[in-house]
Ligand binder design. Structure first.
Ligand code: BTN
Length: 334
């Protein structure tokens, strides 16, 4: 971690002034290095005042998701396995590469912008600079894919809890794992699994979360403007992306810990996530179009099963548990 990130972390944690000497002692670096870091931070837009005999105080900073900002909410040790890049093709692709090279569970990759952000079912995910959160988290559960059944639903709940802890109100969940505020999508989850061919054992799971945080709805591409939105638009105020990232890290750490314990502990945690998922569900009782492969059928969503599957009563007869694919919520007369 760079000295300027550490200096920023200490300044953010402090309500009062912090002397240059105190910072250099805490970080084990020279006073000159502290001065240099403050200079660099100021050139990046941070307003840091300095008063003789008192030291430095941070009065304002831009909305960035760098390690310095995250250090205000997470320990330095936790931040050591968080990688922040200015621009990447996709944080999921980058983390997959790191996982193949042996990165430990809990590694997080973040980017201010993605060139080729990926969504579910081969779609792209709009990832402009400085507006959203593009977050990937590495899990290394033991066992076969059956061990992690329901995981993506749990991730949606974890993301929902993170948003609620910062914004004060919890988004809804649209099956299978989109977060909705006022009937518009503000976040999506893309979970990618690597399985060993021979044994069928899970090697690792990359959980990708994309969250539209700041900016107006009319800044979104035309093709998603009617169905998607941002937290700022829906709450009529901007949010600190760093605070949201820190909350996501905490919630994902809690989920990962429960998952890696396995057995009854995981089963109990799963029940908690499932109950919250059902509470947050915005789909049951609504007309839906179920899209999978080349088929599309209309029906009514009935309930969320114990494995997070969706039971649908189809117009063409019969009820089925839907476990894969996608749904779109339809107007009542469709
Ligand atoms: C969806 O809504 O279809 C899922 C969107 C997932 C987007 C996130 S952004 C971080 C991570 N990196 C990616 O390329 N995709 C996921």
């Amino acid at each position: 971690m760079m000295t300027k990130d550490k200096v920023l972390g200490h300044l953010k944690r402090e309500d009062d002034f912090l002397s240059g000497e105190e910072i250099s002692l805490r970080l084990g670096v020279s006073r000159a290095a502290v001065n240099q870091a403050v200079k660099q931070l100021r050139s990046e837009g941070y307003k840091i005042v300095s008063v003789t005999n008192k030291g430095y105080s941070l009065v304002w900073g831009p909305d960035r998701v760098g390690l310095g900002e995250l250090m205000a909410a997470l320990s330095e040790e936790r931040c050591a396995s968080i990688l922040v890049e200015e621009i990447l093709d996709s944080t999921n692709s980058q983390l997959r590469q790191l996982a193949v090279e042996g990165a430990p569970a809990g590694t997080v990759v973040l980017a201010e912008q993605q060139r080729k952000g990926r969504g579910r079912m081969g779609r792209s995910f709009f990832s402009p600079p400085g507006r959203g959160i593009y977050f990937s988290y590495l899990l290394r559960p033991e066992g076969d894919p059956g061990t992690i059944a329901g995981l993506t639903g749990c991730v949606a709940v974890a993301a929902r809890r993170a948003v609620a802890s910062v914004c004060g109100s919890a988004p809804g969940i649209k099956w299978v794992n989109d977060l909705y505020v006022h009937e518009r999508k503000v976040a999506g989850v893309l979970t990618e699994l690597s399985v060993e061919g021979e044994s069928g054992a899970v090697q690792f799971v990359v959980v990708g979360i994309g969250l539209n945080v700041n900016g107006r709805r009319d800044e979104l591409p035309e093709e998603i403007r009617e169905i998607a939105s941002t937290l700022e638009e829906e709450h009529s105020r901007p949010w600190s992306r760093a605070a949201l990232v820190a909350a996501l890290v905490r919630e994902m750490d809690t989920l990962a810990e429960a998952l890696c314990c396995g057995g009854e502990g995981w089963m109990a945690a799963l029940q908690g996530y499932l109950a919250e998922y059902r509470e947050a569900d915005v789909v049951c009782g609504k007309r839906v179009q179920v899209i999978g492969g080349n088929t599309s059928r209309l029906g009514e969503a009935v309930e969320i099963g114990d494995d997070f599957a969706l039971r649908v009563r189809f117009d063409d007869g019969g009820e089925e548990w839907v476990r894969t694919g996608e749904i779109s919520v339809r107007p009542v007369d469709a």
